[in-house]
Design a binder for this molecule. Structure first.
Ligand code: DX5
Ligand code: ZN
Length: 216
């Protein structure tokens, strides 16, 4: 499984150091963009993505928790995002936004909240490089995982296989060393890990432990 640490709980006064903790261990950097509208929290926008772009060569996995993603795809693509995902809950026309993202040469993803059924993305799987399955309600790091949401990973993998499509499934929220095996059993291709790494006393050691478990 690939590892995409989330910087949401990192020390934003020293992002260079925060990213250094995961170099050599992570497959991507997960950047949680929040607009205070779709979710009750505000984090950062293209400016911070552009700053992180300058300090790492890792793919930037940009998770848009915003009400109007179509209006910002160009800005995040220009800022250096490599993977751009948006929430199925904010639009009736996800195909258009997925096409926009791919139009900028980026990997396109749809995100579904814990209460959103897997079949919400089935009609768009041919336009998705990946689907991000939330195992917490979006807005904050450090929450406990909602394990029932993991069932959707298998549902999406099976539907993609039925359609003969290569779609990765990423799991995001509450992933810890204790539940990593369960996430793997569910069939995830990519895991997002935030507070388990960045709220740990030694983030580098925490990331090394997660990497060791992923590779075991
Ligand atoms: C929550 C974000 C998640 C979160 C993951 O809205 O999408 O990426 O930061 O953090 P942990 O691993 O602490 O749940
Ligand atoms: Zn996220």
């Amino acid at each position: 499984m690939k590892l995409a640490p989330s910087l949401l709980n990192a020390d934003f006064a020293d992002l260079r150091r925060a990213v250094s903790y995961i170099e050599g261990l992570a497959d991507a950097v997960h950047l949680d963009v929040m607009d205070g509208n779709f979710v009750p929290n505000i984090t950062f926008g293209p400016l911070v993505v552009r700053a992180v772009r300058k300090i790492t060569r890792l793919p930037l996995d940009v998770h848009l928790m915003i009400a109007h993603p179509a209006e910002f795809v160009e800005d995040f693509a220009a800022a250096g995002a490599d993977w751009i995902s948006f929430h199925a809950e904010v639009t009736r026309y996800p195909g258009e936004i997925l096409g926009m993202i791919r139009g900028y040469g980026k990997r396109a993803g749809m995100v579904i909240n814990p209460q959103t059924p897997a079949h919400s993305v089935f009609d768009y799987l041919e336009l998705c490089d990946y689907v991000l399955v939330m195992t917490v309600m979006p807005g904050f790091g450090g929450q406990a995982m909602i394990p029932e949401a993991l069932e959707k990973v298998g549902e999406i993998k099976r539907e993609a296989a039925r359609l003969g499509l290569q779609v990765e499934v990423e799991v995001d929220g509450g992933v810890k060393t204790e539940n990593l095996a369960r996430v793997r059993e569910a069939g995830a291709d990519i895991v997002v890990v935030g507070s388990s790494i960045y709220a740990a006393p030694d983030p580098r050691r925490a990331a090394e432990e997660i990497r060791r478990l992923l590779d075991s």
